[in-house]
Design a protein around this ligand. Structure first.
Ligand SMILES: [Zn+2]
Length: 464
């Protein structure tokens, strides 16, 4: 049985499903006003791996992840660029899905958009006002958090310390600093929706609680996101559900930060590294492998060196696929079927043991790379059948992690091969200008150009 860390209890505990065999999970999606950054890449990969693993264990997963298509950032950007909010949101949402497809992240079962849920959000806020838990002020409607039992559960802080740490923004009229906005009354020039409190728009925390409960129902299994969302976002989602007497998530799962140059990556620090940029320059599978090499709750460091290390590890997997000429596409098989079809039972069981232990992907990868070693060793000793048996198991386990292996080396035409040689020579003599010019030429021809310790490597850009 899968055990996962639960932020609410602060312990690793078994995931007890509402309905055995099916998993309902909600993961907070993007606010679409900019290119996706590395942190987005990480959380989507972590939860993609969790979802794929649950499916590998034979479960049916309903995976809901929202798109926030109205918020302050979108409004500000639209105003600055003289466009509508929906034009801004559509542009960046398209970019989001391009990046997700390149990363091999499976599309969620449902992707609700905030703007589709306005009437439901207004209804929830009304209910909270009727219950006397929310109150109207000059600038909006706020939730009085001291009336919510257990507020501070995910923050692991008392109400007093939360109150002491809370900030009140200019123009906010609320009774207590820890209270949060459910509804924001319209300022001039903003998009608005009607409500009993006049025109305005909902707060972000109201969006997710409404969508999660509408699509997954009360008492759903897992709620996930980056650790930066645990407080206040998830705390506040939970507070609204609790306040109207509805059972919310059974289990809270949060992943760690992405660090760049040793600093925590966040928008406020302004060290915004783009996922799109990384995907244009490296094999997208290398980022998945880099994420898998760390435990999901630990921070990861993303820089050219760590990407290159992941890439070398990936090359060992591809090499194995080439040696046995295996079709390395991710399989949608289950553990049970894979064993029935000839995967190594003991290896699959060891893999499951690691993954069941709070999604220990570094441990699971160690099992995979041990199999790679054994497969090569068997083939070197002349036992090709055993080597192939183990290599096929590697493909199955990588598939469970969403990692596809490439058995075919890329066929380069003569002109392209000559450009690669010329670029490597230019890099050797530190002629960066020439090396960059050739990179641009290759990219124009539809290649992803990757710099590795063995020189230039090319991949075909993923089909749009
Ligand atoms: Zn959310």
């Amino acid at each position: 049985m899968l055990r996962l860390h639960d932020t609410a209890t602060g312990t690793v505990r078994p995931v007890e499903l509402r309905v055995p065999g099916t998993v309902s999970m909600y993961v907070c999606g993007p606010t679409v006003y900019d290119v996706p950054h590395l942190g987005h890449g990480r959380f989507t990969l972590v939860f993609d791996v969790l979802r794929r693993y649950l499916e590998f264990r034979g479960m049916t997963v309903r995976y809901v992840s929202n798109v926030t298509d109205i918020d302050d950032h979108i409004i500000t950007k639209a105003a600055a660029e003289g466009r509508t909010e929906s034009e801004v949101a559509s542009e960046y949402e398209a970019m989001w899905w391009d990046a997700m497809d390149a990363l091999g992240v499976k599309r969620p079962t449902e992707t609700p958009h905030a703007t589709e849920y306005l009437p439901d959000m207004v209804r929830l806020v009304e209910e909270l006002v009727d219950e006397g838990i929310a109150y109207e002020t000059a600038d909006g409607v706020y939730l009085s958090v001291e009336q919510v039992p257990g507020y501070g559960l995910l923050a692991h802080q008392t109400l007093d310390s939360l109150r002491a740490g809370a900030r009140v923004e200019a123009g906010e009229h609320k009774r207590s600093p820890a209270d949060f906005a459910l509804w924001k009354k319209a300022k001039p020039g903003e998009p608005t929706w009607d409500s009993p409190w006049g025109p305005g728009r909902p707060g972000w925390h109201t969006e997710c609680v409404v969508m999660a409960l509408d699509l997954l129902g009360d008492d759903f299994d897992l709620h996930g996101g980056g650790i930066d969302l645990a407080f206040p976002h998830h705390e506040n989602e939970r507070a609204q559900a609790v306040a109207v007497g509805r059972a919310f998530a059974r289990h809270w799962v949060h992943n760690g930060f992405v660090e760049v140059g040793g600093e925590k990556m966040s928008k406020s620090l302004n060290n915004f590294a783009s996922l799109t940029d990384l995907l244009a320059r490296a094999d997208p599978r290398a980022y998945r492998l880099l994420v898998l090499r760390a435990h999901y709750r630990s921070p990861i460091e993303v820089n050219p060196a760590t990407v290159d290390q992941a890439d070398s590890a990936l090359e060992r997997l591809d090499e194995l696929a080439r040696r046995f000429d295996l079709d390395g596409l991710p399989t949608s098989t289950t553990a049970e079927l894979a064993v029935r079809d000839g995967a190594d039972r003991q290896a699959v069981e060891s893999f499951i043991e690691r993954m069941d232990d709070d999604l220990d992907t570094p441990g699971a990868l160690a099992e995979v790379f041990e199999l790679v070693r054994l497969a090569n060793q068997a083939a070197d000793a002349g036992d090709v059948a055993e080597g192939r048996h183990l290599a096929q198991t590697v493909v199955v386990l990588c598939g469970a992690l969403g990692l596809s292996l490439r058995s075919a080396s890329v066929d380069l035409d003569d002109v392209t091969a000559a450009l690669v040689d010329e670029r490597d020579a230019a890099r050797m003599r530190r002629d960066w200008r020439r090396a960059d010019a050739i990179r641009v030429k290759l990219e124009d021809d539809g290649w992803v150009v990757e710099d590795t310790s063995d020189g230039t490597r090319l991949h075909r850009r993923a089909a749009p």
